[in-house]
Ligand binder design. Structure first.
Ligand SMILES: [Zn+2]
Length: 424
């Protein structure tokens, strides 16, 4: 039992060192690692030696020390040590990105997809596209594939890897959630984690982005759906069944517009790009017709172009979108008190149309102390950020299940030595 405990402690400490270097954005000296992790100098010395032996870390350039003493060598993550694939599933498209051990994105591929699909069909398609993505990178990368992270829109229980509901999946099993992660793990023979897309973005912001070193952050995604990823006390908050943050499906009008989730009057049915394009059709500003995923994007852009040219009815639709979103963001700020709110607002073209109304409504809905102290950052991320989130998710999950050590071991680490206490 004592051996098991010391093994766990050792794993935790190895991960702490790796994590501190990864978040160090570049390279760190051993003294800096001590300071960040709180581990002793001998412990850090032992741990970094092990990580250097396995080549998870590499030595970077020496940094001159203050006072002219011995130059201290810096340590950096070895990007080629292991690879992860990040996948983002949308209604009309799958985006695949190959990321290295440091979270650097090396390759991004996009393929068309027609949804909804059965789980079996989605698994077959994803497995085929992931293998194709890896094949372009060479056999070495496939051998060193540590895991795959898949971002799925909808109600996702990431801890069990199950999808309760998603617009990309056809319901075939009644109310039972779809075990997507296990099916993909079986198909690919590597660990696969499945996560709600907004949670994945929150993790990307926490590990690599603007939320780094902040404890309480709300990350909002305005895409085909409206999502919320919450970082509470430094950790992703998932809640019961992993379903926290589904405030896009908060009901703002019980007799209101039908939502894809099966309810009526969800906020999402008013503020997403589909909802805005639909309102453009209803106002006679856009031609009638079915709004599939491609049509939504072009219709939304066409409506934005009209609004930017001064069309008052079109402007009103975007202002209403901004006001509703802002009101909700302000209520959320009052409820959870984040240090920062990040909104990934989709195409930048529409931002000047909805952002002023959004900021005003958000300020009005926030409690007074928050109005001047909780910044809102509106950004327009590309696909790379999802891959980074997937990289972070896979690496974090590998650690949680202690598989990071097995992953390290595969590349030459003696698993026996892991059992020793690092500070013994
Ligand atoms: Zn809904």
């Amino acid at each position: 039992m004592a051996r098991l405990q010391s093994r766990q402690i050792s794993q935790l400490h190895l991960y702490q060192v790796l994590h501190s270097v990864r978040l160090g954005r570049g390279a760190l000296t051993r003294a800096e690692i001590c300071e960040i992790t709180g581990l002793s100098q001998p412990a850090v010395s032992t741990l970094t030696r092990r990580l250097l032996e396995t080549q998870a870390l590499v030595e970077a350039d020496a940094r001159p020390s203050f006072g002219g003493g011995r130059r201290e060598r810096e340590l950096a993550i070895n990007p080629d040590f292991a690879w992860v694939v990040g996948v983002k599933v949308q209604l009309h498209q799958i985006t695949l990105a190959l990321a290295d051990f440091a979270g650097g994105v090396r390759n991004v591929l996009k393929v068309r997809i027609d949804t909804p699909l059965t789980q079996a069909a989605l698994v077959r398609r994803l497995a085929r596209e992931i293998e194709a993505c890896l094949a372009t990178a060479g056999g070495q990368v496939r051998q060193r594939l540590a895991g795959v992270g898949v971002a799925v829109p909808g109600f996702v229980d990431s801890l069990r890897g199950e999808v309760h509901w998603s617009a990309v999946l056809r319901a075939t099993r009644g109310d039972r959630p779809a075990p997507l992660a296990q099916a993909l793990t079986d198909a690919l023979a590597v660990p696969v984690v499945v996560e709600n897309d907004a949670n994945m973005l929150a993790l990307a912001e926490q590990w690599f982005g603007q939320a780094a070193r902040l404890s309480n952050v709300a990350v909002v995604t305005l895409e085909q759906g409206l999502g919320l990823g919450l970082v509470f006390n430094g950790e992703l908050y998932r809640g019961h069944l992993g379903l926290a943050g589904e405030i896009g499906h908060q009901q703002i009008d019980p007799a209101g517009r039908a939502c894809r989730c099966g309810k009526q009057g969800c906020l999402e049915a008013y503020v997403t790009r589909f909802a805005v394009a639909r309102q453009g059709q209803e106002a006679g500003l856009l031609p009638d017709g079915k709004l599939d995923a491609d049509a939504i994007e072009s219709a939304y852009a066409a409506l934005a172009t009209q609004a930017l040219a001064g069309n008052a009815a079109a402007r009103h639709i975007f202002e209403t979108q901004g006001r509703l979103l802002g009101q909700w963001l302000g209520n959320m700020v009052s409820m959870i008190a984040p240090q920062l709110v990040i909104l990934d607002g989709g195409p930048a073209i529409a931002a000047p149309l909805f952002e002023p109304a959004l900021r005003e409504a958000m300020a009005q809905a926030s409690i007074l102390p928050h109005r001047s102290t909780v910044p809102l950052v509106v950004c327009h991320h590309g696909d790379e950020v999802w891959a980074r989130g997937a990289a972070a998710l896979v690496l974090q999950r590998l650690d949680e299940s202690a598989e990071i050590i097995e992953s390290v071991s595969r590349h030459g680490f003696e698993s026996e030595s892991v059992g020793r206490r690092p500070d013994a």
